[in-house]
Design a protein around this ligand. Structure first.
Ligand code: NAD
Length: 249
């Protein structure tokens, strides 16, 4: 198993891509500590994943944009497990609107979760990784963080910021010879709650531009995240991997 005895934190663990990442990690023998705001949903994930009898999943009620909740949860995890091997910053929100109509509060909301949330969780976890001198951090960005997208000023800004932080941390967290790797993935159109209400016209247009002529699924993202989390990618850091069915060409 690729993550046996590894302690992994995954944010946004209660559904969508985050839940599939947790499933993959548990299947590979990991102890997975999942963050989300909804404890009821997390309990359901616990029931679903712990019957696999492989790794182990436990949910923590944490809003990633709240530094106190983040720091307390990371402290509890460190006290119990004594190390953190992998962090996946997956939690994210979208509130789309054209620039001229976007409300300041909606800009702040998306930046607070998608950008500040990644900063807060990584800062808390990096302290632990720094001491143990190794670890793998995977940030979930988006193709719109590279290409931009109409109606997504706040979201694309947050996802570009995540790429900037990924490259910065890849440099900073190896300054003393540590083996801490930091990478990002940039999914395109993936079928989850986030995309289920997409305008049908927009979906049709997107499908024309995707070489594989279909949306991706959460497992296809989780497989790449697993690769970046485990030793199979031991010489890869500071990279952004697109998972977009060829949308970029
Ligand atoms: P989703 O809406 O199904 O899941 C988002 C997750 O984030 C949920 O588990 C939710 O509980 C969690 N979350 C939201 N705000 C939070 C907060 N403040 N604190 C803790 N958890 C919080 O969406 P998804 O499609 O599974 O998205 C997962 C990630 O992938 C996001 O970062 C998203 O931006 C990114 N992404 C998705 C797509 C796509 O097409 N679905 C494409 C590119 C990138």
């Amino acid at each position: 198993m690729k993550l046996e005895n590894k302690v992994c934190i995954v944010t946004g663990a209660n559904r969508g891509i985050g839940k599939e990442i947790c499933r993959k990690f548990v299947e590979e023998g990991a102890t997975v500590l999942g963050f989300a705001r909804n404890l009821e949903d997390l309990k359901k994930v616990e029931e679903e994943l712990n019957v696999l009898n492989k790794g182990f999943f436990r949910g923590y009620k944490v809003d990633v944009s709240n530094s106190e909740e983040v720091n307390n949860a990371v402290k509890d995890i460190f006290n119990e497990y004594k190390r953190i091997d992998v962090l996946v910053n997956n939690a994210g929100v979208a509130k789309d609107m054209l620039l001229l109509l976007m409300k300041e509060e909606d800009f702040d909301f998306v930046i607070n979760v998608n950008l500040k949330g990644v900063f807060l969780v990584t800062k808390a976890v990096a302290k632990v990784m720094r001491k143990q001198k190794e670890g793998s951090i995977i940030n979930i960005s988006s193709v719109v963080g590279i290409d931009g997208n109409i109606g997504q000023t706040n979201y694309s800004a947050s996802k570009s910021g995540v790429i900037g932080m990924t490259k910065t941390w890849a440099k900073e967290l190896t300054m003393r010879g540590e083996q801490i790797r930091v990478n990002a993935v940039a999914p395109g159109f993936i079928e989850t709650d986030m995309t289920k209400n997409l305008d049908e016209e927009l979906k049709k247009e997107a499908l024309k531009r995707i070489l594989l002529r279909r949306l991706g699924n959460a497992e296809e993202v989780a497989k790449v995240v697993l690769f970046l989390a485990c030793d199979d990618s031991s010489y890869i850091t500071g990279q952004v991997i697109r998972i977009d069915g060829g949308l970029s060409l």
